[in-house]
Design a protein around this ligand. Structure first.
Ligand SMILES: Nc1ncnc2c1ncn2[C@@H]1O[C@H](COP(=O)(O)OP(=O)(O)OP(=O)(O)O)[C@@H](O)[C@H]1O
Ligand SMILES: [Mg+2]
Length: 534
């Protein structure tokens, strides 16, 4: 978001101008202040010191005069010593003063003071000499006479004048200092008077700028928020559409699976039913007639027996035929052959019945069914795969059937499930055997244990367990996915378990789970309600 032109350009120029003005006004002020500070420094450093030294010189001078006079008056040496003690101090103070204000000590007055001083010192030294020679009175006369007083006066006047000069100089400097302070303050006030409106203007512009920025920010945030809302809304819609699409895809896939499997199983069922039907009629002829043949042959054998008793043996032709055909053996073996034929046809009839039971094409509705019969018929169809074949050992089927009630179900559908699970177990066992042979590992006898039991009064459990290779975690998680297969192309479609899942869970409200881990075999556990709740 752009700010208005006025606010974007003007404040920056005004701020620059104000800063420049501030600098322009404050730099001279700083200079002024520096001078004031310098002035103050010089006053404290030189002038005050000079005044202090001047006072010290006057005092020391008085001390020396008094010491000299006391020496003359008392004649005591102690006063001369005192004089000598203070004399260097006076010298030092004078030297310091000259150093601080050389000009003051160069003019005519200074020369006069110096001359008076020298004269006084000379008279005082002379007085000390006189005292040492015990001429106290002469010494007193010397230090209290007119000449001494006169020189003293000259000296005192000169010193006083110098002191005044120093004071004047100090005063002048202090005045100067006040003046500078005044100008510095004045300049500060003027600067402030000029800068306050400028800075107030800057402040106002800044406020305006901040306000405009705030408004722009708020507008930006609102636009952002609106955009975000739109994005969220659209994402939600997209997500929804995506979920719908996924469901449609899932439905489509399920329908496809259903179609393929139904087609597959109905073809198998029709084939089995067709074969069973076709075999059923001729087998029934044989089965129905075997009893008659048995009866007829019995009659015929009785007849032959009777003939034999009537001495047909004398006929050489009959005798040779009896020997040739080994009548005795025929008489003995025929009932056995016929009995085994009867057993065979009986067995064929049973198989045909089982096959018809497996396909159950006639049963589209739920009916109470013997689950064991369904498992058995599936096993019967798979019989040829269980037998020992070249290089492949037989697969042992261990049936551990419980006492199950009739279970209300779609018999054909359930048989499909048993068929799929058993086929998978057989495939896995053969594959495992091949693997073991390759790796020259000894393998246990291949077996499938089928266990059934009543779980509670509501449902039954059917477990089909093989001692094959088992599955990895990854295979296990995708097991019931349509089209998931680990078998080579053309061998597996990956539909067996997904359709089994649909039959058990969707059609029968049951449960199916797989317990498996690598090398430890696989167990499928199915739970089906005994009675379907509408
Ligand atoms: N008893 C088992 N032991 C080891 N793996 C198994 C067993 N049963 C199923 N599987 C694994 O599960 C996969 C899926 O099985 P599913 O019956 O759904 O498909 P498929 O047997 O590969 O093909 P289809 O049954 O359609 O011919 C198999 O490819 C196999 O990897
Ligand atoms: Mg399968």
């Amino acid at each position: 978001m752009q700010l208005p032109n006025k606010l974007r350009l003007v404040p920056s120029q005004i701020v620059t101008l104000t800063v420049l003005l501030t600098l322009l006004l404050f730099i001279p002020q700083i200079l002024l202040n520096w001078q004031v500070y310098d002035n103050f420094n010089s006053i404290t450093k030189y002038e005050f010191k000079l005044q202090r030294l001047s006072d010290e010189i006057t005092y020391l001078d008085e001390v020396l005069t008094m010491s000299a006079r006391m020496n003359a008056a008392t004649g005591k040496l102690i006063w001369e010593e005192r004089y000598r003690q203070f004399e260097p101090k006076l010298d030092i103070a004078i030297k310091e003063s000259i150093k601080l204000a050389p000009k003051v000590y160069e003019n005519e007055d200074a020369k006069k003071i110096d001359a008076a001083n020298q004269r006084l010192v000379a008279m005082e030294y002379q007085s000390f000499e006189l005292v040492k020679k015990n001429q106290k009175e002469t010494a007193q006369l010397l230090l209290f006479n007119h000449e001494y007083e006169n020189q003293k006066q000259i000296y005192a006047d000169g010193v006083a004048k110098r002191k005044r000069n120093i004071s004047l100089q100090l005063q002048q400097k202090i005045n100067d200092y006040y003046k500078r302070i005044f100008w510095a303050i004045l300049e500060s006030i003027i600067s402030l008077l000029m800068l306050i409106p400028a800075w107030l203007l800057v402040l106002r512009l800044l406020q305006q700028y901040l306000k405009a920025k705030k408004i722009a920010q708020a507008a930006l945030e609102e636009t952002n928020y609106r955009l975000e809302m739109q994005v969220t809304e659209r994402t939600a819609k997209l997500k929804h559409k995506n979920i719908e699409l996924q469901h449609t895809l899932q439905d489509l896939q399920n329908a496809q699976v259903q179609l393929i499997q139904t087609e597959k199983m109905s073809s198998l069922g029709q084939l089995v039913a067709g074969v069973a039907h076709e075999i059923n009629n001729p087998v029934n002829f044989i089965y129905g007639n075997v009893i008659h043949i048995k009866e007829y042959s019995q009659h015929l054998l009785t007849l032959i027996n009777l003939y034999q008793q009537e001495n047909f043996n004398h006929n050489p032709e009959i005798t040779s035929l009896i020997n040739k055909i080994d009548l005795e053996f025929i008489i003995d073996d025929m009932p056995k052959v016929l009995s085994s034929m009867a057993v065979g046809t009986e067995r064929i009839r049973e198989i045909v019945l089982t096959l018809r039971n497996f396909s159950r094409l006639d049963e589209a509705e739920m009916k109470p069914v013997d689950i064991h019969e369904g498992i058995d018929s599936s096993l019967l169809i798979l019989q040829y795969r269980l037998k020992e074949k070249h290089k492949q050992q037989e697969i042992a089927i261990i049936k551990d059937y419980g006492d199950l009630p009739l279970v209300e179900c779609y018999a054909g559908g359930l048989n499909q499930v048993f068929m799929n699970i058993l086929t998978n177990a057989i495939d896995a066992l053969y594959e495992w055997e091949t693997e073991c042979l390759k790796g020259k590992v000894k393998k246990d006898l291949s077996s499938i244990i089928i266990h059934t039991q009543v779980k509670n009064k509501e449902c039954v459990i059917i477990s089909i367990k093989d001692n094959g290779p088992g599955m990895t975690e990854e295979v296990k998680t995708r097991l019931f996915d349509p089209f998931f297969t680990t078998k080579p192309v053309g061998k597996g479609t990956g539909l067996g378990l997904s359709i089994s899942y649909q039959i058990i869970v969707d059609k029968h409200n049951g449960k199916i789970k797989c317990i498996s881990s690598p090398v430890k075999g696989t167990e499928f556990v199915i739970e089906i309600p005994i009675k379907q709740v509408q």
